[in-house]
Design a binder for this molecule. Sequence first.
Ligand code: NAD
Length: 336
Amino acid sequence: MPDLSQIEQQMADIISQLHEYNYQYYVLDAPTVPDSHYDRLMRELKDLEQQYPQLKQSDSPSQKVGGEALKSFSQVTHQIPMLSLDNVFDDKEWQGFISRIRDRLGVAGALAFCCEPKLDGLAVSLRYENGILVQAATRGDGAVGENITENVRTINSIPLRLRGDDIPAVFEVRGEVFMPKASFEALNEQAIKKGEKTFANPRNAAAGSLRQLDSKITAKRNLAFYAYGVGFVENGDDWLPASHYQRLMRLKELGLPVCPEIRAVDAAEDCVAFYQDILSRRDQLSYEIDGVVLKVDSIAQQQQLGFVARAPRWATAYKFPAQEELTRLTDVEFQV
Ligand code: NAD
């Protein structure tokens, strides 16, 4: 018989560590441990919560998205929440994901997927009204984000006006702002020369650059953007295609940049080949990725599958094995 009070204490210790890491990562943009360490702790917590559901806390980090919006920015309430993604780390977990989807949909045959690189930047929501960019927000805690419109307006690849005439009066696009590897290296070199603090990785550099109170600083940071989804659309999103991949192609027609590596596949089995291919080319890509995102392609099936607390059921991140992560961190204890 396990000692429940001991397990409760173990869970409380993990939770307080995760709270601290979330604060460093999401609020300060300065992590002190590699993502693989964070992911292991989170997995440990989720396993304990599954084994001992009576000990699960309602404010557990396993149920929450991101971090809180900084008070220095005005706040934006998302009309449709910005969620996170669940993760799989190996083939066994991927097979588990697929069989859960098959069970829920009652589909035994082929399942079409949209396969995308998992860009290592930060999620933003762009709001276009009558085709004009009027607001940009960070994900924040998923419900409330930071208003970063002025900073986003400095990113060259984000159109201030969409192409085309039949765009709904309100149209929200979701995607990732990231810092290309070359810009990240140059930024850190410059910081070293000036004796300033360097960023731990391109994700934190992108987040730190976007969450500046002075947009002139953001303008100098050479950030980029790829769209990967749609948020709120006035009068519903029926004017968009019924396939996620085709929707991304429509976003491209509207003038929004979409990652050139994305692929539509007819069968779930092909997702693994995509994962292997992108993993083998990871170092040649001009931007940092930490896995791939595999999404059920049919919007009708996505709607049927729905969401859990912090993530959609119709998508998962298939994360790459941990690399020589964050070797720049001073805390060598955590180097892998
Ligand atoms: P996540 O990064 O695992 O996945 C969700 C995010 O993926 C989305 O919000 C979006 O920004 C991004 N994304 C990239 N490409 C995408 C695509 N093609 N389609 C859809 N989304 C895409 O989740 P998260 O909640 O942002 O962060 C959790 C992860 O962050 C952890 O698993 C851990 O690796 C890391 N983390 C690390 C620390 C640390 O201290 N090192 C602390 C907190 C979080």
